[in-house]
Design a protein around this ligand. Structure first.
Ligand SMILES: NC(=O)c1ccc[n+]([C@@H]2O[C@H](COP(=O)([O-])OP(=O)(O)OC[C@H]3O[C@@H](n4cnc5c(N)ncnc54)[C@H](OP(=O)(O)O)[C@@H]3O)[C@@H](O)[C@H]2O)c1
Length: 326
């Protein structure tokens, strides 16, 4: 069973809709919605689907309606939310094992979906819109905020809530995996995939009337399932890194800062090393070589950057062990 998530943009008075549409237009939120839902399954009520007017590209769309039927490319309908989730799981098993389910509104889908959801991705707007369609209330005992990031759009915050404690819905049985455990599993999978490749190739041909020590078809099956699992993990690691923040910077930003710091330190060290080769060089005439840079100053900058690198490394390590994989 795939994870069920809720995604919604909610005003401070709970408004999600007004007169059949969304009473705001925030391009940054549309991009966020697209980024999170692309490649996954979107379930929505009939009115929400009609207000969008077309299936969402690159997403399997399931419209819930007790009366109407929808069919098309990447489009189907269901009579209830339960039926929609069953159809979503069947689609995911068959086509995209790493995909998740996103409940995209409106209010009844959200109300019924709160029971099932593992995570809520809420874009919170800091002003009321006095709409006619509201997001259901949920208890902080059931969901805790695990990430909150100010959007560039003023008054708009991207928040992620996760189901708490023993009520946690474990669609894939993995909601509670730590980021560090996922990174370890990713490294193991990469090693396993490299070994499987070698074993497959070693058994790719045999002498006439002989059979291979291992059946390449079985190995290929194992390879494919390892790669599917790797893709699922990589997507979730990337999602986690882009959502979790430490002092206003996401893990993705901290990793980029760390990697670039390493590049900078390495370049500075080369320069210091070459600039330190001063002295006399015997040629036709004796030439005195002088450094063109302040080696002492550069060395002290290297020391400062190395200290910063150690701090960043420790911070990322401890975030890996305290962060739940999304
Ligand atoms: N801010 C946001 O993030 C956001 C997200 C989505 C929507 N919206 C807004 O919300 C409004 C639409 O939401 P809404 O609550 O009015 O309508 P909706 O949930 O989109 O659609 C309601 C219809 O969906 C079907 N339906 C929903 N739940 C069902 C269930 N459990 N079983 C069977 N059928 C079910 C029924 O269709 P039938 O009548 O055909 O049986 C029902 O009349 C719009 O204003 C839209 O723009 C906002």
């Amino acid at each position: 069973m795939a994870e069920v998530n809720i995604i919604a943009a909610v005003a401070s008075d709970g408004t999600i809709g007004k007169n059949g549409s969304i009473p705001w237009d925030i391009p940054e939120d549309r991009s966020y919605f697209r980024r999170l839902t692309t490649g996954n399954v979107c379930i929505m009520g009939r009115r929400t689907f009609e207000s969008i007017g077309r299936p969402l590209p690159e997403r399997q769309c399931i419209v819930v309606s007790s009366e109407r039927e929808y069919t098309g490319e990447m489009l189907c309908s269901a009579r209830s939310l339960r039926e929609a989730i069953e159809k979503a799981n069947a689609y995911i098993t068959e086509n995209s094992p790493s995909a998740s389910i996103f409940l995209c509104g409106g209010s009844r889908i959200y109300s019924e979906g709160l029971e099932l959801a593992c995570r809520l991705y809420l874009t919170e707007l800091d002003r009321p819109y006095h709409g006619d369609t509201l997001f259901p209330e949920f208890s902080s005992e059931d969901f805790i905020c695990i990430s909150r990031r100010s959007a560039e759009t003023p008054g708009c915050t991207f928040a992620v809530y996760e189901r708490t404690g023993n009520k946690k819905y474990t669609g894939k049985g993995e909601c509670s995996m730590k980021l560090a455990e996922a990174l370890q599993e990713r490294a193991d999978l990469n090693r396993n995939i490299a070994q499987l490749r070698e074993r497959m190739c070693a058994n790719a041909i045999v002498q006439e009337n002989e059979s291979p020590a291992e059946d390449p078809k079985d190995l290929l099956k194992e390879l494919n399932s390892s790669i599917d699992r790797l893709q699922e993990l990589m997507e979730r690691i990337n999602l986690t890194n882009s959502l979790v923040e430490y002092e206003g910077r996401t893990i993705t930003q901290l990793i980029a800062q760390k990697d670039c710091l390493k590049v900078r330190i390495s370049a500075y060290k080369s320069l210091v090393s070459d600039a330190s080769q001063t002295g006399h060089r015997a040629r036709m005439t004796e030439i005195k070589l002088l450094s063109t840079v302040d080696v002492k100053k550069l060395q002290s900058e290297i020391d400062k950057m190395s200290k910063e690198l150690r701090f960043l490394d420790n911070t990322i390590q401890s975030l890996n062990w305290t962060t739940e994989l999304k």
